[in-house]
Design a protein around this ligand. Structure first.
Ligand SMILES: Nc1ncnc2c1ncn2[C@@H]1O[C@H](COP(=O)(O)OP(=O)(O)OP(=O)(O)O)[C@@H](O)[C@H]1O
Length: 267
């Protein structure tokens, strides 16, 4: 079942076309990685899916309806959640903010909402930090709390914009492992520049740079070669596949790659 369907979408800020003739199907329980260069239109695409930007040409359907009709089905973790870490707010209070719209923070939250927020914190392994100040957490822990906040409304799709930016390698891995776990129940869409990391977790990849090219990467063994004994998928192969011509981690002169193009036969 498609949870998101995008057809012939073209979007411009004033007259500057940022997305052109984009088509995309996201199925239930997909883990979709959206990659692409700075300014390529990734965040704009997310804002269209979230109903923040209005569709101008073409269509977007979320669970068969216009995005604004299904807002509660999407949990969103924005880029650079720069919570003022000096602000003396507790972790549980940050998560409770996930109860957008329906609740009345001025009059306090009810037992049900607090139980629900604690449940979301347990889902991300942060229940023991509920009473800690948000500013006392590491970047990775803070990001888990932001994920718990998005989970508070029981979304069926979780969208994250650069969730591991400025988090150390160990913290990044923990976030992706958490997303893998959550992906057993819900659809996950991640915008990321960490291509090599995300390829290990995603089953689909969309490269956005004004146009969108889409690839099913669920069978990594067929799609990418592993390097020696290590289960490492090379960015150069993905970039080749996407028609790009540079790679920032692998050296094509020294890496023992099979001849370019072989993945295509395997597909
Ligand atoms: N509100 C806006 N008004 C006008 N132009 C905008 C607006 N938001 C984004 N743009 C422009 O649209 C283009 C795509 O921006 P967008 O933020 O979607 O790219 P991105 O792929 O998410 O980039 P990054 O990886 O740097 O976050 C850029 O040229 C940007 O300057």
């Amino acid at each position: 079942m498609n949870v998101i369907e995008i057809r012939n979408l073209t979007f411009a800020y004033d007259k500057d076309i940022v997305l052109e003739n984009v088509n995309l199907d996201v199925e239930e329980k997909d883990f979709l990685a959206i990659i692409g260069p700075n300014g390529g239109g990734k965040s704009t695409l997310l804002k269209l899916i979230l109903g923040v930007n209005k569709v101008q040409k073409g269509s977007i359907k979320v669970f068969g309806e216009a995005p604004h009709k299904n807002l509660s089905s999407i949990g969103y973790v924005p880029q650079n959640t720069n919570i003022n870490t000096d602000f003396p707010i507790k972790v549980i209070e940050v998560v409770l903010m996930g109860h957008v719209g329906e609740k009345r923070p001025l009059f306090g939250y009810g037992k049900d909402e607090i139980a629900c927020a604690m449940g979301a914190l347990s889902q991300v392994g942060m229940q023991h930090y509920a009473q800690n100040k948000i500013g006392s957490l590491s970047g990775g822990q803070r990001q888990r709390v932001m994920i718990a906040r998005a989970l508070c409304a029981h979304p069926r799709i979780l969208i994250l914009d650069e969730p591991t930016a400025s988090i150390d390698t160990k913290g990044q891995k923990e976030i992706y492992e958490l997303l893998r776990l959550l992906n057993k129940e819900i659809t996950v869409i991640v915008v990321s520049h960490d291509i090599s990391v995300i390829l290990e977790y995603a089953n689909k990849a969309a490269h956005v740079n004004r146009t969108l090219s889409f690839h099913d990467i669920s069978d990594k063994k067929k799609t990418f070669h592993t390097h020696g004994d290590q289960d490492h998928f090379c960015e150069i192969e993905l970039l080749e596949m996407l028609g790009a011509d540079s790679c920032n981690t692998c050296n094509p002169d020294t890496d023992p790659l099979e001849p370019a193009g072989k993945w295509r036969e395997a597909k």
